[in-house]
Design a protein around this ligand. Structure first.
Ligand SMILES: Cc1cc2nc3c(=O)[nH]c(=O)nc-3n(C[C@H](O)[C@H](O)[C@H](O)COP(=O)(O)OP(=O)(O)OC[C@H]3O[C@@H](n4cnc5c(N)ncnc54)[C@H](O)[C@@H]3O)c2cc1C
Length: 408
């Protein structure tokens, strides 16, 4: 028998220049950006182990074709970050620029797509309208004549989420961020309207900067400090089919059927596709819902007929984070006493693979400077939500369908 090792005894520093809570992709890349910006003592506090939340279980779709300018900017930054990661860090997140179609199935969708493309192009994104004939020619695995055309971004692609966890772990260690795993955040100590310390179950760290992340459990982290954060969690399911030559990677661009909430990409010679059920009650969910999968598999088979003949190599369900307007939350903690100086909340609203590095960069900017040149965060804080969690912003229309948080 090997001697037992007490992995729970984390030696926490007594003081830090910044403390980041949550070792998912948002917290980890935020800690790295803070360190890279010059802070010497950055501590990352994670209740479990790095990547144990949504970040280790994602599908990895990376799409700069967002439905709002904020989404496009965060997506472009993140895609470019992934594409240049190896040069900067000596390790990458497995990004592949596969190309991504968002097809239209009706005239109204076509008009919306054309407007969206104009907005995206205005922000510098390489994206174009593709008519139905060209769409069919580029998607040989799909049943022909299903769509009325699509928007297409050749630079969109996917990451390998476990490899992203590996990449940020390496980046944290080599940059000198102190990683405190198995260390649960337990609250903040304030002096007036300022943060002065972060409390954890393993002790307190004096600091005047804290960034709170937490993915699907961010609401609970907010509750610890008396801050209502309308960020929820819901079941999200992903399957990977057996390999088949018809769906080889060079025949399978990525596709998002927005109305059905289904997307796909190549994976190990088969199709990886994902789905969310907006009729479900929100909350933590890790059981695979076979009935909902069967319902959605029929839609996928209609679009990608070969999938009806393919068995499944892998299936999983995990809790995905989401916000009522599908937009990120980036702003200070707000309690009954008002905004808390020195604090930043960072949530990707279920888009942590496609926006993660961007959201993290903005969170680090806010923590250091109070503003960011990447996106204007004036409207992205908690003060955009009313007491029922309803946002005053128009939702991003290019998003998965999720249960309604406001009425949940
Ligand atoms: C099945 C699935 C598929 C997905 N596919 C995609 C996709 O294709 N593209 C995309 O863009 N996004 C996708 N997402 C969403 C994406 O994974 C998330 O938006 C992203 O991972 C959120 O990152 P995070 O760091 O905010 O949260 P998480 O990765 O959940 O990390 C939060 C961390 O906080 C820790 N924590 C919680 N409470 C405490 C506490 N009290 N103290 C200390 N630490 C605490 C948790 O242990 C966890 O490690 C998917 C999600 C799921 C579940």
């Amino acid at each position: 028998m090997p001697a037992s090792v007490d992995v729970t005894s984390v030696r926490l520093p007594l003081a830090a220049d910044a403390v980041v809570v949550g070792g998912g992709t948002i917290g980890a890349w935020t800690a790295w950006f803070l360190r890279r910006a010059g802070l010497s003592r950055v501590v990352l506090v994670e209740a479990d182990t790095l990547g144990k939340g949504a970040s280790g279980r994602a599908a990895g779709m990376v799409r700069a074709q967002g439905g709002t300018p904020v989404a496009v900017r965060l997506g472009m930054f993140s895609r470019d970050f992934y594409a240049q990661q190896y040069e900067a860090l000596g390790i990458d997140s497995g990004f592949v620029a596969q190309g991504y179609y968002v097809p239209c199935f009706g005239a109204e969708e076509v008009a919306q797509a054309r407007e969206r493309i104009a907005m995206q192009r205005g922000l510098g994104l390489e994206v174009r309208w593709v008519d139905s004939g060209d769409f069919d020619a580029s998607n040989p695995a799909m049943a022909p004549a299903q769509t009325q055309g699509a928007s297409y971004a050749p630079g969109d692609g996917y990451v390998d989420p476990p490899r992203n966890v590996l990449a940020y772990t390496v980046a944290l260690i080599t940059s000198g961020v102190t990683i405190a795993e198995r260390t649960r955040f337990a609250g903040l100590r304030m002096a007036g309207d300022r943060v002065v310390a972060v409390r954890t179950e393993a002790g307190e760290i004096a600091t005047d900067r804290v960034v709170l992340t937490g993915g699907p459990t961010l609401g609970a982290i907010g509750a610890v400090v008396g801050c209502a954060i309308p960020s929820g969690g819901a079941r999200h399911q992903v399957v990977v089919t057996q390999p088949h030559p018809d769906v080889a990677a060079d025949r399978l661009p990525m596709v998002f059927d927005v109305a059905s909430g289904i997307y796909w990409r190549p994976e190990e010679g088969g199709v990886l596709w994902g789905m969310s059920n907006p009729e479900e009650t929100p909350g933590e969910a890790v059981q695979f819902d076979a009935a909902y999968h069967a319902l959605m598999a029929a839609r996928v088979a209609q679009l990608l007929p070969v999938t009806a003949t393919l068995g499944l190599r892998r299936t999983w369900a995990a809790t995905i984070d989401y916000t009522p307007d599908h937009l990120p939350i980036l702003g200070p903690v707000i309690t009954a006493d008002g905004p808390l100086q020195g604090s930043v909340i960072a949530a990707a609203g279920g888009h942590g693979m496609m926006w993660g590095p961007g959201v993290a960069r903005v969170a680090a900017d806010l923590s250091l400077e109070g503003h960011s040149d990447l996106v204007d965060t004036t409207d992205l804080g908690l003060d955009r939500f009313d007491e029922h969690g309803r946002s005053r912003l128009a939702p991003d229309p290019i998003a998965l369908p999720f249960p309604d948080l406001a009425t949940a």
